[in-house]
Design a binder for this molecule. Structure first.
Ligand code: NAP
Length: 238
């Protein structure tokens, strides 16, 4: 990777873990954020639309003077759909989860790999997956777990495929993390029961996940490529 100040694209940085990642990069990188809509600190791109990942990459590249060194795929949705939903609703929920959580991330990873190959520069990808990738999720979240397992498989494939070109890929699998996403879930499923399942006795802070992401983005040794970090208070140990 270049020795200049690293240029970083962080998706889903308007709140939650993504906002904490942007904060943890402050002073150490030139970072561009992203959300569904345009904002002072974010490029707007609704990743539920086909091709949005490509448009986001182009916009971020323009903002960062034609160079991106690190891609952090963090944007994601956690939306319920039960087996008793109508087939069309079930399929729409699957398509949406896979599009936002996996396909858009894949499209961005593809552009990153092509960019780094063209520049012969190397680069780093950090994919924010989930504990659900390994443990599975609730009966209403098969699609979420599948999208995150896909992300882990994609990360490992990139790590193995392009390490020789200096292109490194890592994933993080957070358990419950205190953001809007987790708060809704804790409220809906009975927070105390869920906390009892976490030996540490609490959910993770967004800053804990963000610091791990910043470490992988800026500092982790190249030999760690392909690694998947669990941040879940020992609620799922593998
Ligand atoms: N929180 C947890 O317990 C937990 C656990 C495991 C894994 N994760 C993963 O960590 C990542 C961040 O989670 P979080 O809890 O910080 O989420 P969050 O607070 O709900 O924030 C989600 C972020 O993703 C963006 N986003 C959502 N839908 C989008 C769309 N259609 N197009 C573009 N951007 C979209 C949001 O942008 P807007 O503000 O514009 O909507 C926001 O910036 C996700 O990938 C999630 O799956 C979270």
């Amino acid at each position: 990777m270049t020795r200049e100040t690293p240029h970083v694209l962080v998706t889903g940085s308007t709140r939650g873990i993504g906002a904490a990642i942007l904060a943890s990069l402050e002073g150490r990188a030139r970072a561009v954020g992203h959300g569904r809509g345009d904002g002072p600190l974010a490029i707007g791109a609704d990743l539920s639309a086909s091709g949005a990942g490509d448009r986001l990459w182009d916009a971020a590249l323009a903002r960062l003077d034609g160079r991106i060194d690190v891609l952090i795929n963090n944007a994601g949705v956690f939306e319920a759909v039960g087996v008793d939903a109508a087939a069309a609703d079930w399929q729409a929920a699957w398509a949406r989860a896979l599009q936002i959580n996996l396909q858009a991330s894949a499209d961005l990873c593809r552009r990153a790999v092509l960019h780094w190959r063209e520049r012969a520069s190397g680069g780093r990808i950090v994919n924010i997956a989930s504990r659900a990738a390994y443990r599975g999720d609730s009966p209403a979240h098969w699609h979420y777990a599948a999208s995150k397992a896909g992300m882990v498989g994609m990360t490992k494939s990139i790590a193995r495929g392009y390490a020789a070109e200096g292109i490194l890929a890592f994933a993080i699998c957070p358990g419950f993390t205190m953001t809007g996403m987790a708060e809704d879930y804790l409220a809906s499923r009975g927070g105390e029961k869920l906390l009892a399942d976490i030996p540490l006795g609490r959910v993770a802070d967004a800053e804990e996940v963000a610091n791990a992401a910043a470490y992988l983005a800026l500092e982790a040794p190249a030999s760690m490529t392909g690694a998947v970090l669990d941040i879940n208070g020992a609620s799922f140990v593998r």
